[in-house]
Design a binder for this molecule. Structure first.
Ligand code: DER
Length: 234
């Protein structure tokens, strides 16, 4: 459908920035998965060589194994040249909400480490104010989710435990933790401040606010039934 065509276009456009010999951060979610597929195809065709991937989820590890993309752990690499990942919301200052796929712990590590962090989204992800549409994911220790829920409520956030679809009970992250999805009435007006405030709560490992990390946002759009990619200006 339209959104899939936008995702495909922007995923392929981002792989144009990958050069042989790079260490590449591989994001999570459906748009990043399309990017990984496109990277795998370039490697297979010999258009790229000597690529080392650093994944951000089990999803990436499975895809990389299927595609034969060599991987290294965060502790084994000395640099990440370029990281490419999706987002759930992007505001005009390139501040993001991520974590729709509950992978934001490893995603933020890789995005922060990368020399250059490129976000690939379809046009539906562009918003003026974060969290009016998409809930903010917060990864919490399983034993602390109710305490953190209460602390978030005290900060003005309504938090709900993310329940699994094909597993009884709550979603368990790649790190073995749980996820609270939070709505702040009126949206998030100070993402930088809130990111720090939430991560300072005992029992919180990470939240999905990405501030001051994104170097470029590529947007897949459909114009006159033709997909095109826009390089968003901050
Ligand atoms: O979970 C994540 O952070 C993903 O990158 C998500 O934000 C975007 O997923 P999508 O490309 O499937 O919409």
């Amino acid at each position: 459908d339209l959104q899939d065509r936008m995702k495909q276009a922007v995923a392929e456009a981002a792989t144009e920035q990958i050069r042989s010999g790079m260490v590449v951060g591989l994001g999570s979610g459906s748009t990043a998965a399309l990017m990984i597929q496109a990277l795998g195809a370039k490697l297979k065709r010999g258009e790229l060589t000597d690529i080392t991937g650093v994944t951000t989820s089990f999803q990436g590890e499975v895809l990389a194994a299927e595609l034969g993309i060599p991987l290294k752990s965060l502790n084994a690499i000395e640099r990440i040249d370029l990281a490419i990942d999706g987002a759930d919301e992007v505001d005009p200052a390139f501040q993001l909400i991520k974590g729709g796929g509950a992978c934001h712990v490893q995603e933020k590590l890789v995005a922060r480490r990368a020399e250059r962090f490129v976000v690939v989204v379809d046009a539906t992800k562009l918003v003026d104010t974060l969290n009016l549409g998409f809930l903010l994911p917060v990864e919490v220790l399983p034993g602390a989710w109710r305490q953190v829920q209460a602390e978030l409520q005290a900060l003005g956030g309504e938090a709900q435990l993310r329940m699994a679809v094909r597993k009884a009970g709550p979603v368990v992250t790649d790190q073995g933790n749980l996820v609270l999805d939070v709505r702040f009435a009126g949206g998030i007006t100070d993402p930088a401040g809130l990111e720090q405030e939430i991560n300072n709560l005992p029992g919180v490992l990470e939240n999905g606010l990405f501030v001051g990390i994104t170097d470029q946002v590529l947007v897949g759009e459909i114009a006159g039934d033709q997909p095109r990619v826009r390089d968003l200006e901050k």
